[in-house]
Design a protein. Structure first.
Length: 550
C-alpha cells in the first residue's frame, strides 16, 4: 500500500475528513504544552531525532503517514520493549490512540508534540521511505529495476477499480518531485506505456506500464487537470495544483494526440524553489555588473534569449525582484504566469478571447507603468509596441528565441523592425543556457589538458589546473546521476556605439560578435565554471555544441 494517498487529486497536508476536522477544531485552541502538563504526559518540542522502525510504517500501516495521520495529528515515533510511542498534538483525542492500539495490537505510550512537528515528521518519513527504496541498492541497474517495480500498478489490493490508478498517478507525481524532475512524460507506444522524467535537463526512463492501463492513467491525469476526458482528437492544456511534502507545486499539463493514443507532459513548477535572488543567477562578476547597471536604467529594452527551458523567465523574475520597490509600478504580461511575484501586477494571455501579448502590452501602457515585462516577443506587432514603450520612458524586459546574443539583433531585423529603432531602444541582449552541476559528494578531480582548454576557449596557462569531472557511477546523494542541480552560463551583448553602427548597416551576427570584444561567449563563460569546479568540460561541450564555431 503506497504512502501516497489514493483518494482525491491532491497530495495535501490538510486532506482531512470532515468529522475529524470538526472535532479537532473544537479543541484547537487548547495549548498542547498545557494539556501535556495537566495530563502528566511528556512534551517534545521537536521530533527531528525521531525515526520510527520501518515495520511501524510499511505495508498496511503506510496509511498512518497519509491523510489519516495528519487528520488525527498522530505519528508513531519509536518502539521499545514491545511498547509503541506515539506523538500527538491533541492528547484528548483518545479515539486516534485507540485506533493505533487496535491496529498494532500493542500497548501505546503517548507523548505530546506541536501540530507542525507532527505534520513535518510524517512528511519527513514519507520522503525518507521514497528515497530508501532507490538508495538501498548498490548498482544503477538494480536501482532502475527498483524504481520500475515500485511504480507498477497493483490491482490485488484495490477496494475499487480506480484506486490503484489514483495511487499510481499520485506516486508518479510524488516520485518526480522527490527526484527534482522538471517534467513527467507519459508516452503511449504500440504495446507499452512509457514514463520518463526530465531531471536537470536530461530525460531518464522511469517506468514501462501495461497497455491495458493506458486509458485509465491518461484519464486520471486529465481529470486532475480539469480537461475533457472525452476529447482525444485535439490537444488540450490544463493545470493541477498540489501540495507535496508541504510545498506548493503547480503542474502544467499538456496533451497531444498521437498514433497510439494521447501523449501527456506534466511540467512541475515548485513555487518554493524559484530563484528570485539576483545573486543566485550564477553570473560572472563582469556579467553581473553589466546586468545590474542595465536593469537600473529608467528606459530601454533588456532582452534574454535562449531555447525553451534555459531559465529565461527565472532570470527576468530575479531582475524584477531586484528592482521592485514601493515607488515603482511593475506590470507583466505572461503565457502563463509561472510564479507569483509579491507587489507586481501580473496578467496572463488568453488567445481564446483575443488577449495576446500585443493587446496585453497596449493595456499595460494605459496603467502608468514604470517597468514592463513581456513574456515573449513573438511577432512584429509586439516588438513594435515594446520599442514604443521603451522610447516613451519605460524599462521593458522580454525574451526571444535565438541561439546566441548577436542572433537576437538579426532576428529582430528579420521580423521587420527598422535598424535605427533597435539601435536606439535595446540596451543589452543576454543569452543563457543551463548546465548540470557536478555532485559535490562524488565529483572526481582531474587535471585539465591543453586540448580541453582549447575546446572550451580558456587560456593555455590553465593547462594542468585541477578541475573536476563526473563520477562514472554517481552516488546516493545524486541518485546515481553524477550531477545534481543546474547553473546558468551567459553571454551579454552590450549595445554600445560600435554595435549600434553595425546594426545600422544590417550586419550579420558573426560581424556583431567579432566587434563585441568585451563579450565572452557561452562556452568561455562555461569554461570559467569548469575552473571553479562547478561543472565539467563534457557538460559544457554538450550544452554549447551548436556554438563550436565561436
Amino acid at each position: 500500500m503506497s504512502s501516497v494517498e489514493e483518494s482525491g487529486s491532491e497530495v495535501t497536508d490538510d486532506g482531512v475528513s470532515d468529522g475529524l476536522e470538526e472535532e479537532f477544531q473544537s479543541r484547537s485552541s487548547l495549548n498542547p504544552v498545557v494539556l501535556a502538563k495537566e495530563l502528566g504526559l511528556p512534551f517534545l518540542e521537536t521530533l527531528e531525532s525521531s525515526e520510527p522502525p520501518r515495520e511501524l510504517i510499511h505495508g498496511d500501516f503506510s496509511r498512518i503517514l497519509g491523510s489519516w495521520g495528519k487528520s488525527a495529528r498522530a505519528v508513531p515515533i519509536s518502539e521499545e520493549n514491545n511498547i509503541i510511542t506515539v506523538a500527538v498534538s491533541d492528547p484528548l483525542n483518545t479515539e486516534a490512540v485507540d485506533i493505533l492500539r487496535f491496529c498494532y495490537n500493542k500497548p501505546i505510550q503517548v507523548v505530546v508534540a506541536p501540530e507542525k512537528e507532527i505534520v513535518r515528521a510524517i512528511n519527513g518519513v514519507r520522503s525518507s521511505l521514497m528515497s530508501d527504496r532507490e538508495n538501498s541498492l548498490n548498482s544503477e541497474a538494480s536501482d532502475d529495476a527498483e524504481i520500475s517495480s515500485s511504480l507498477k500498478i497493483d490491482v490485488t489490493d484495490a477496494e475499487d477499480d480506480d484506486a490503484p490508478i489514483i495511487r499510481y498517478v499520485n506516486t508518479l507525481i510524488f516520485r518526480a518531485a522527490e527526484k527534482r524532475a522538471s517534467d513527467i512524460h507519459v508516452e503511449p507506444f504500440e504495446d507499452i506505456l512509457k514514463v520518463r522524467f526530465r531531471i536537470d535537463g536530461v530525460l531518464h526512463d522511469i517506468d514501462e506500464e501495461s497497455k491495458n492501463f493506458q486509458a485509465s492513467i491518461l484519464s486520471r491525469i486529465k481529470v486532475m487537470a480539469n480537461l475533457n476526458i472525452a476529447e482525444k482528437r485535439l490537444p488540450q492544456d490544463g493545470r493541477i495544483g498540489l501540495k507535496i511534502a508541504g510545498q506548493d507545486v503547480d503542474i502544467r499539463v499538456s496533451t497531444v494526440p498521437t498514433r497510439y493514443g494521447e501523449r501527456i507532459v506534466m511540467r512541475l513548477l515548485d513555487k518554493s524553489k524559484v530563484m528570485l535572488d539576483f545573486t543566485s543567477l550564477g553570473l560572472s562578476p563582469n556579467n553581473g555588473e553589466i546586468l545590474d547597471k542595465m536593469i537600473a536604467k529608467s528606459h530601454g529594452i533588456v532582452l534574454v534569449t535562449g531555447p525553451t527551458g534555459s531559465g529565461k523567465t527565472t532570470t527576468l523574475y530575479a531582475c524584477l525582484s531586484e528592482i521592485n520597490s514601493e515607488d515603482k509600478n511593475i506590470l507583466t504580461v505572461e503565457d502563463p504566469v509561472e510564479y507569483e511575484l509579491k507587489g507586481i501586477g501580473q496578467m496572463q494571455v488568453n488567445p481564446k478571447i483575443d488577449f495576446t501579448f500585443s493587446s496585453g502590452l497596449r493595456s499595460i501602457l494605459r496603467q502608468d507603468p514604470d517597468v514592463i515585462m513581456v513574456g515573449e516577443i513573438r511577432d512584429l506587432e509586439t516588438v513594435e509596441i515594446a520599442i514604443q514603450a521603451s522610447m516613451t520612458g519605460h524599462l521593458v524586459f522580454s525574451t526571444l528565441h535565438t541561439n546566441d546574443a548577436p542572433g537576437a539583433v538579426t532576428r529582430l531585423i528579420d521580423m521587420g523592425v527598422e535598424p535605427f529603432l533597435i539601435s536606439s531602444s535595446v540596451l543589452m541582449v543576454m543569452a543563457q543556457r543551463l548546465v548540470r552541476t557536478l555532485c559535490p559528494a562524488c565529483k572526481v578531480p582531474h587535471e585539465i589538458t591543453e586540448a580541453e582548454c582549447y575546446e572550451i576557449g580558456i587560456a593555455d596557462s590553465c593547462v594542468g589546473s585541477t578541475v573536476y569531472r563526473a563520477s562514472e557511477t554517481g552516488c546516493k546523494s545524486c541518485q546515481l546521476n553524477a550531477y545534481k542541480g543546474r547553473a546558468g552560463i551567459h553571454e551579454i551583448l552590450l549595445i554600445d556605439e560600435t554595435v549600434r553602427s553595425l546594426i545600422m548597416k544590417k550586419a550579420n551576427a558573426s560581424q556583431i560578435r567579432a566587434a563585441a570584444t568585451q563579450m565572452n561567449s557561452l562556452r568561455i563563460d562555461g569554461g570559467f565554471k569548469v575552473l571553479q569546479g562547478i561543472t565539467s568540460v563534457e557538460e559544457i561541450l554538450r550544452v554549447t555544441q551548436e556554438d563550436s564555431t565561436e
